[in-house]
Design a binder for this molecule. Sequence first.
Ligand code: THU
Length: 141
Amino acid sequence: MTDYRNLISEAMKARENAYAPYSGFYVGAALLAAFEKDGKPLIFTGCNVENAAFTPTNCAERTAFFKGISEGVRAFRAIAIVGGKQGAVTDYTAPCGVCRQVMMEFCNPDTFEVIAAVSEDDYKVFKLKELMPEGFGPDNL
Ligand code: THU
C-alpha cells in the first residue's frame, strides 16, 4: 500500500484545483484503490466544486469517489483529506456526513482509513467505523 505521505501529497495537489469562490474553503482529497495498476498505487484525486446555487456543491471526497466509481473501481483502502482557507492548511478537515455515507456504500467500515491531514507529517487516521458508528450501509438491506 502507498504510504500516507504520498496520499497526503496527492490530496494537497488536488486542493490547488478546488473551485470554492463562495466559502473560500479549499479542499483536496486522494482516494487509494484496493489494488494496484501496472505495479503502481491507483489513486483518484478530487477537489470541492461549488456552485452559485449552493446545493449542487460537491465535496472533494465525493469527487474522488465518483471519479473512481465511474472508472469501474469499486474497492478502496484509504482517503486523505486536506482542507482550509486559501494558503497554508492549519487544521484537520474531517469528511461531512454526506461523504461519510458515500464511503459506507463502497468501503468496509472496519478497515477503510480516513486520513485528515495538515501536512505530510501532521495527520490523524480514523477508521470509517469511528466516524460512522452504527452506520447504515449495503449490508443492512
Ligand atoms: N468540503 C469538502 O469538500 N470536504 C469536506 O470534508 C468538508 C467540506 C467543502 C464543501 C464546500 O465547498 C466547502 O468545503 C465549505 O463547506
